[in-house]
Design a binder for this molecule. Structure first.
Ligand code: FAD
Length: 405
C-alpha cells in the first residue's frame, strides 16, 4: 500500500494533520496502537454520558482561526469551566475571586477589603519566613524591584505564601499541591508557582480565553469529522513495523507480519525517545489514574470539576462528566451520572505518559533527542509525546494549521 503520509497517532495532532492533508488532495493512513481513535480526547459512552477516558478535556482558546476551524467540524457548546474547591467539606469558588474571598472571610465584601486582607496576610507571612531565614542563615525575602511582589522564596510554600497569604495557601493550595507532586510544598522548588492570579471581581470563569466549550455530541464527533474519508487502523503499533528509508526512491518502506507500506513522509506523534530506541535513556513522565463509577442519581456534585484540596481525600479532583454537555433540565432527563476520581500517580512502565517532567535531567535528555528528530529524513515529529512538551488542545491545532499555510 502506498500513501502520501503515514500518520502515527490519531490524537488531535495526527487527526488535524490528516484532515488538512486530505483537503490538499493527499492520501493518508492513520494508525494508532490504542483500540480506538482520538488519542487523549477519546470519550467512552456510559449511561448516555460521554466519559473523558483519558482525563477531563475543556477546549479553550483566544485564537479565532482555531475556534472557527474546530466549529467548522462540529459546533461547540457553551460549557464554561468554573471549578469548585472542597476543603474539609467547605466549598470555595475557583479561580481565586471575590466569591472565594467572601467565603474565606465573610466580613470581606468589597475588592478593597479583599486586597487589604490578602496584603496583610502576605506581610505577616513574609515576616514569619524572614525570621526562619535569619535562623537558617538564608537571605531574606525582599520586595521585588519589578512589578511589585516579593522575591527570595526558597521553596514553593514560601513562594505561595508571598503571593496569597496564609489562609488561601493552607486551604486551597498546600495539600492539593502536595497530592499532585507527592512531595511537601517545602520540598518543591519555588519556580513551579510563578503567579497566582487574584481576581477582585465576582467571576468564576476559570479561563481568560475568549472562547471555550465542548464539541456538541462529544470529542469523538470532532475526531470523526477530522478523519472522515481517511484510512485508519487501530491496534496498530508503529514499532511492530520494520522500517527502512530508501534514499534512492525517497520512500519509507515499512513492513509488519501482515502489512507492507510505502510513504514519502511519516508524521510521528508517539514518544520521541521511543522512536530513537531510548538510545540516550528514557524520558520521565507524570501521570494520573482514574477511578470511575456510576452513581444512581441524576446530579452528584452539581459541577463538572470539584478539586479536593485537603489530605483527607487521596484524590485531587472529582469529575462529573455529564455537566460538560448537559445543562438545565437535561441533567435530570438522564437518570444516572458518571464520576471519576483523579489520582496523581508516579509514572511506571505501562502507564499512560501524560505530562513531561521539566527538570534538568529530562530537559537535557530531550535536547539530545531533538536534533536527531530534526535530522530524520521526511519525518515530522508533532504533538505532546513527540515534542516532549505539554500543549493544550488549541495550540496543537494551531501548530498543524500553520504547517499547512
Ligand atoms: P495524543 O492525544 O496523546 O495522541 C497521541 C496518539 O499517538 C495516541 O492516541 C497514542 O496511542 C498514539 N501513539 C503513540 N505511540 C504510538 C505508536 N507507537 N504506534 C501507534 N500509535 C501511537 N488540553 C486542553 O486544551 N484542555 C484540557 O482540559 C486538557 N486536559 C488534559 C488532561 C490530561 C490528563 C492530559 C494528559 C492532557 C490534557 N490536555 C488538555 C492536553 C491535550 O490532551 C493535548 O493537547 C492533546 O492530547 C495533544 O494531542 P496529541 O495528538 O499530541 O497527543
Amino acid at each position: 500500500m502506498k500513501y502520501d503520509y503515514l500518520i502515527v497517532g490519531s490524537g488531535l495532532f495526527g487527526a488535524t494533520f490528516a484532515y488538512k492533508a486530505r483537503q490538499a488532495g493527499k492520501t493518508c493512513l492513520v494508525i494508532d496502537k490504542r483500540p480506538q481513535l482520538g488519542g487523549n480526547v477519546y470519550c467512552e459512552q456510559v449511561e448516555g454520558i460521554n466519559v473523558h477516558k483519558y482525563g477531563a478535556h475543556i477546549f479553550h482558546t483566544s485564537n479565532k482561526e482555531v475556534w472557527d476551524f474546530v466549529n467548522s467540524i462540529v459546533e461547540f457548546n457553551r460549557y464554561t469551566n468554573s471549578p469548585v474547591a472542597n476543603y474539609k467539606g467547605g466549598l470555595y469558588n475557583l479561580p481565586f475571586n471575590m466569591n472565594t474571598f467572601n467565603k474565606m472571610w465573610p466580613e470581606v465584601k468589597t475588592p478593597k477589603e479583599a486586597r487589604q486582607k490578602i496584603d496583610t496576610q502576605i506581610k505577616q507571612a513574609v515576616e514569619e519566613i524572614n525570621k526562619q531565614h535569619a535562623e537558617k542563615g538564608l537571605p531574606p525575602i525582599i520586595p521585588s524591584p519589578i512589578g511589585g511582589g516579593w522575591e527570595g522564596a526558597s521553596n514553593l510554600e514560601e513562594q505561595a505564601l508571598t503571593l496569597v497569604g496564609k489562609d488561601i495557601f493552607e486551604k486551597l493550595i498546600k495539600e492539593y499541591t502536595e497530592k499532585q507532586w507527592g512531595r511537601k510544598c517545602t520540598e518543591l522548588p519555588a519556580f513551579i508557582i510563578r503567579r497566582l492570579p487574584v481576581r477582585l471581581i465576582f467571576d468564576n470563569n476559570y479561563f481568560n480565553d475568549k472562547y471555550q466549550g465542548i464539541p456538541i455530541g462529544g470529542y469523538n464527533k470532532l475526531i470523526e469529522g477530522l478523519l472522515a474519508g481517511v484510512d485508519t487502523m487501530v491496534n496498530t503499533d508503529f514499532f511492530d513495523f520494520k522500517r527502512n528509508y530508501n534514499s534512492d526512491s525517497g520512500l519509507w518502506e515499512l513492513e509488519s507480519c501482515n502489512l507492507k507500506l510505502e510513504t514519502p513522509e511519516i508524521v510521528y506523534c508517539g514518544p520521541i525517545d521511543q522512536y530513537f530506541g531510548f538510545q540516550f535513556g528514557k524520558l520521565d513522565w507524570r501521570t494520573v489514574t482514574f477511578k470511575t463509577r456510576i452513581e444512581d442519581t441524576p446530579n452528584y456534585q452539581g459541577n463538572a470539576v470539584v478539586n479536593y484540596t485537603s489530605h483527607d481525600e487521596p484524590y485531587t479532583r472529582v469529575i462529573e462528566h455529564k455537566h460538560f454537555e448537559m445543562f438545565g433540565q437535561e441533567v435530570y432527563d438522564c437518570p444516572k451520572t458518571v464520576v471519576s476520581e483523579e489520582y496523581s500517580t508516579e509514572y511506571k512502565e505501562g502507564m499512560e505518559p501524560y505530562y513531561p517532567v521539566n527538570n534538568d535531567r529530562n530537559n537535557t535528555l530531550a535536547d539530545q533527542y531533538r536534533p536527531l528528530a530534526a535530522q530524520e529524513p521526511n519525518v515530522i515529529f508533532g504533538g505532546r509525546l513527540a515534542e516532549y512538551r505539554y500543549y493544550d488542545m488549541a495550540p496543537i491545532i494551531e501548530k498543524v494549521l500553520n504547517l499547512w499555510k
